[in-house]
Design a binder for this molecule. Sequence first.
Ligand code: NDP
Length: 445
Amino acid sequence: MTERAQLVETFMEDVRARNTGQDEFLQAVEEVAEDVLTIEKNNPDYARNKVLERLSEPDRIIGFRVVWEDDAGEYHINRGWRVQFSNAIGPYKGGIRFHPSVNASVLKFLGFEQIFKNALTGLPLGGAKGGADFDPKGRSDREIMRFCQAFMGELGRYIGPDRDVPAGDINVGTREIGYLFGAYKKLQGEFHGAVTGKGEAFGGSAMRVEATGYGLIYFVQAMLNETGQEIEGKRIAISGKGNVATHAAEKAAQLGAKVISLSDTSGTLVAEDGLSLEQIDWVRQQKRQGLDISAPPGGAVFEPDTLPWALEADIALPCATQNEMDEKSAKDLIDSGVRLIAEGANMPLTADAVHAVREGGVSYAPGKASNAGGVAISGLEMSQNAHRRSMTADQVDQELKKIMCMIHERTIREGKTGNGIDYRCGANIAGYRKVADALVAYGTM
Ligand code: NDP
């Protein structure tokens, strides 16, 4: 065993003992530990401050019951959480997810990753994540509203513009944020930007909806430019059909790439010649209305129960959910010639898949870096709210491009190796250093 592997194993033994059964969280911590523990060991300040051990324990986890009434008058009880992971460099910041798979482990992994991602943006944002095991599928608009109001009735007392600023995530989009923010505002009796992703009529930023997907493509462009390539003409396989997936598809198609797939839990929409902007918009409208994508308009086919990873692509962008790409899918992609994988979702590759793509010489960007555009524009929304001003879509888009390029630069600065760029290592180290320096300055606080 190498010295680095020994360091990681010793560290993880303790983390595993304290977080039994929390597989997603352990996966996320181990990945960071592999990249930063040697740096921590060799820096006396970081080592004395036990930076990664501290960062592996959330500041606090708030758990609560959410009681709501469906349209038939029946009461339902769900579980809600907010994991306030670290406010070392700014107020807690991270999305809210509504999905039956949500539990403490999933939210801890997301909150932990958010610490490093937010640090990478260069903005003063801490890390957090929240959500509920509520399944919105098949629920009416009024049921969604009542759930959001009940959820915020509990969460509202723990958040605030300088304390903790939630945003959207899976199944929490502009509509849900409207209900959540409306409930928060009523609860507080004051109007301040304690939630981001708001509608533009009430303090939201232009381009927040597009930011994660567009930012992902700007990051991919920066990666391609590094080796003298362009995105135009590239075949791009994308998974998911939600906010991140459809906006990444839209920007890629606008830039002349061929987006050959989108997908959901029931199968893959394939267009060998590339999806048109109209088809991408059709997918978005179907998703918005809770409808499936099994009968696409001409020129695309829906293949039930398949993944996009068997397609022949130059670039793959997993944009659906965690651990959606396993080792076999990663190897299929490598065999069929994929040269670049950038994560739109959070931790969409299993640990084995990450190992396979790095061994296979694929340029691989972790979500911490490549999907940070959404939280970056949320950061701009916070500052627009604080200054009671708003920026135009064009200004925000320019800012987004600049931020994604800066994240790319920070990442490659730490990730340059003798034979290329290790984006995962670069992102983990750059995010870690910023938070570590703050913790060292605070002492034991
Ligand atoms: P959405 O709720 O808008 O969309 C998620 C979509 O993914 C759904 O349509 C769902 O399909 C599909 N999906 C879920 N699991 C799978 C699967 N195993 N295979 C294929 N499709 C699947 O979510 P977002 O687009 O907002 O989020 C997607 C990912 O991006 C998440 O990991 C999120 O944490 C991450 N992210 C989101 C940000 C944002 O700004 N929204 C910011 C940064 C990261 P179905 O309809 O069948 O359930």
